[in-house]
Design a protein around this ligand. Structure first.
Ligand SMILES: *[C@@H]1O[C@H](CO)[C@@H](O)[C@H](O)[C@H]1NC(C)=O
Ligand SMILES: *[C@@H]1O[C@H](CO)[C@@H](O)[C@H](O)[C@H]1NC(C)=O
Ligand SMILES: *[C@@H]1O[C@H](CO)[C@@H](O)[C@H](O)[C@H]1NC(C)=O
Ligand SMILES: *[C@@H]1O[C@H](CO)[C@@H](O)[C@H](O)[C@H]1NC(C)=O
Length: 336
């Protein structure tokens, strides 16, 4: 007689767990943006809620105290990796420019970006952490913003391509790499070939995103990763245009696949990423140093191509911000 009861108990436990999982997966992104609202009274408490990891562990030096903002501010929640956080930073930058509000980013975003870029203009929320937060005047998007005393807190994974790329040259200037990264990129380019038969080389950066994107693409769009043919066709386009002077530099999270599939006998393809050694900042700097780009999907490759500022071939994938960027920037072509 006990058995059915135990089964029932087991079933309801499982149900309870799945509810927790569902709530966690689907509601977490919402409450992590404007969480336990009233518990944060100062911007400093709020800053922690915008970050993925504990700020205390990575706080760095104590910041001097700024004046408190006179009107509302623009800030953003942290999500994703380097490419996503560049969009989050850029969204804050662009919305502040459009609205005239003061921009701030949480320290966790500044910390990640400061490792790659120098002299970013947006200060961290740490400078105004002592200032009160006025919950009645917080909105989540520029569309809901009506008065200068309202603050805008953008959700994580924000991509404001239209607004940001209206000022494309300025945002490129905002993301300036540290000298050390530029120096290493220069050496990588040079060692791949500076002159081909006496003529200066044309460098094409290729970003191949594989590992985690395989599941992501299948889960969200029911499509497979871009195959080798996509990259080989795009490379043929540049070979036809620049002849023997073209040099391809491949950055990827799966360098072994690139070595097997993209490096033929032509001697003009160099896989620069190394297995197990990941330096996203350095890889991005190499892409940015190239003259042109071939990218598949994902925000990292898109930023590499935006910063390289040349002709770009991008993989055709519906409803991805990369396709919107291709519509906004000159010299971007979508290829199947
Ligand atoms: C914000 O500005 C609006 C319009 O000027 C005003 O009605 C409202 O009372 C202000 N709120 C605060 C808290 O100052
Ligand atoms: C280099 O230039 C010479 C003379 O123009 C040409 O004959 C030769 O094929 C070129 N070699 C390569 C690798 O482009
Ligand atoms: C191509 O890129 C290299 C390395 O950044 C640069 O030195 C060169 O001036 C660029 N060439 C053109 C035509 O822009
Ligand atoms: C991209 O794919 C969509 C549908 O998947 C198609 O309608 C569109 O024509 C393609 N674009 C290019 C440039 O091939």
């Amino acid at each position: 007689m006990r058995k059915p009861n135990q089964n029932l108990l087991a079933t309801s436990l499982m149900l309870a767990c799945s509810v927790v999982v569902v709530v966690h997966v689907f509601v977490f992104p919402l409450y992590s943006v404007l969480p336990r609202r009233r518990s944060a009274r100062q911007l400093g408490d709020f800053e922690q809620m915008l970050c993925l990891s504990n700020l205390r562990a990575s706080q760095g030096p104590v910041l001097w105290r700024h004046h408190c903002p006179r009107h509302g501010i623009v800030t953003v929640a942290q999500g994703g990796r380097l490419g996503n956080q560049m969009w989050e930073y850029a969204a804050t930058w662009a919305v502040a420019r459009r609205t005239g509000l003061e921009p701030y980013v949480p320290r966790c975003i500044r910390k990640l970006l400061d490792e790659v870029f120098c002299d970013l203009s947006i200060p961290s929320l740490g400078y105004v952490s002592h200032c009160p937060i006025d919950w009645d005047n917080v909105v989540r998007s520029p569309e809901l913003w009506a008065y200068t005393n309202q603050s805008i807190v953008l959700p994580r994974f924000s991509v404001f391509a239209d607004l940001t790329l209206g000022w494309a040259e300025d945002i490129r200037h905002e993301f300036r790499f540290h000298d050390k990264l530029c120096e290493t990129s220069r050496r990588v380019l040079e060692s791949a070939g500076q002159f081909v038969n006496g003529t200066l080389a044309t460098y094409v950066g290729i970003h191949v995103r594989r590992t985690d994107y395989r599941d992501y693409l299948w889960r969200t769009r029911r499509i497979f990763l871009a195959g080798a043919e996509y990259f080989l066709n795009a490379m043929e386009y540049f070979r036809a245009k620049y002849g023997k002077n073209v040099v391809f530099l491949v950055v990827s999270d799966d360098p072994a696949w690139c070595q097997r599939n993209l490096v033929g006998g032509s001697g003009d393809v160099f896989v620069v990423s190394k297995s197990g050694v990941s330096s996203p900042g350095q890889d991005l700097a190499i892409m940015a140093a190239c003259n042109h780009s071939i990218i598949d999907y994902g925000t990292f490759g898109v930023w590499g191509a935006i910063l390289a500022s040349g002709e770009t071939i991008v993989y055709n994938i519906s409803k991805h911000s990369s396709i919107r960027v291709a519509e906004l920037l000159p010299n971007w072509h979508v290829l199947n």
